[in-house]
Design a protein around this ligand. Structure first.
Ligand code: PMP
Length: 357
């Protein structure tokens, strides 16, 4: 029987996200969600927005949200683009900036898997740049001259799933050496100790900073992502968005996002708690014999010299603890573990102790 779709679609493999079960008793440390709920002000704002006005279409320019981001970083709201999670923002970035350029996108060989998925989906050639032996991005490898002129560059900072960071000066160097192409820095995890490249934008209009409210603002369920860049690049993203006639964010998500950005003390308290717990968890895992990469994200990336990563992940799953394992070259011995509460770390480590004997 005809399958009704072509070879291109047949070649796509569905994205396998970390297991999303919310079953009771499950310790979910596999998708880097925030262990603390969103700010109480967010819940209040959603309550207020959830009224008769829901009969109206949302503001398709997300003006209040872009203004709140503008205030946060002291930038013009015209430098801000909002979408349903940073995954959707990234889709617009790929469509607007990298598609049909006839040149490859440069990216690390180990980074967020969606970049390659989007390249496949939008027919963008890929040029992979290996990480160093200690899993760091090597800035010089992106500075050029390039074998083939690239359409652009993308990486996460901190990188995922390694948690390793580049310094701002290194990012500035990459952007300066590639001034005629977009350099995208995905800052999904930037609020857990790294510095945002937003401050470089004035000097480097080719930088595109992508952020999410899913992690440090604890709004994964609302789907809010941002691109922050020069007005010209943002205009390109808006052209792509508008040609799909899309409403990027629903009314409740916009209200929630504004309220989250306007509660800096809750944000600070919870992210500091997560950073403290990252240190504690790192020590507890090291005491169990794990090698833990230095992380500036809300997860750690760790391997045990005597235990297979995949087997550990399966054994943990059997004990109702979810962590992330990637069946990929170089990192298949690692576990990526989301930083939760102190209780979460204790439970994880006591189960690990039992499993590893
Ligand atoms: N970028 C990176 C590096 C991520 O790890 C994630 C989360 N999986 C995302 C973007 C997407 O996050 P969201 O769509 O929830 O904003």
């Amino acid at each position: 029987m005809s399958r009704y779709w072509g070879d291109e679609v047949a070649s796509l493999s569905p994205y396998v996200a970390g297991e999303q079960s919310k079953a009771e008793g499950l310790l979910k440390l596999n998708t880097n969600e925030n262990p603390y709920g969103p700010s109480p002000r967010v819940i209040e704002a959603i309550g207020q927005a959830a009224g008769p006005n829901l009969r109206l279409y949302p503001d398709n320019t997300s003006k209040a949200l872009r203004q709140a981001v503008g205030q946060l970083y002291d930038i013009d709201p015209d430098c801000v683009f909002a979408g349903n999670g940073s995954d959707e923002v990234l889709a617009h970035v790929f469509k607007a900036l990298f598609r049909r350029q006839g040149r490859p996108l440069l990216l690390p060989d180990i980074t967020y898997s969606f970049y390659r998925t989007y390249c496949q989906l939008y027919d963008i050639p890929v040029q992979l740049v290996p990480l160093s032996d200690d899993f760091a991005i090597v800035p010089d490898d992106y500075a050029g001259p390039h074998r083939q002129p690239p359409a652009g560059i993308i990486f996460s900072n901190p990188n995922a799933p390694t948690g390793r960071v580049l310094a701002l000066a290194e990012i500035a160097g990459i952007a300066a050496a590639n001034a005629d192409i977009p350099v995208v820095v995905d800052e999904a995890y930037v609020d857990f100790g790294a510095e945002s490249a937003v401050t470089l934008l004035e000097q480097r209009p080719n930088l595109v900073v992508v952020q999410t409210l899913s992690k440090s603002r604890s709004l994964a369920g609302m789907r809010v992502g941002l691109a922050i860049s020069s007005p010209t690049i943002i205009e390109g993203l808006n052209r792509v968005k508008d040609s799909f006639n899309s409403y990027p964010l629903d009314t409740l998500a916009q209200a929630a996002a504004v309220a989250a950005l306007e509660d800096p003390s809750y944000f600070d308290e919870t992210r500091q708690a997560i950073m403290r717990e990252r240190d504690d968890l790192t020590q507890q895992l090291a005491a169990l014999g794990f090698e833990v990469l230095p992380s500036m994200a809300n997860f750690v990336f760790a391997r045990h010299p005597q235990h297979d990563g995949g087997e550990l992940a399966r054994a943990l799953r059997a004990q109702n603890v979810l962590v992330r394992h990637f069946n990929l070259p170089r990192i298949d011995q690692f576990l990526r573990i989301t930083v939760g509460t102190p209780d979460d770390s204790r439970r994880l480590c006591s189960v690990l102790k039992r499993i590893m004997g």
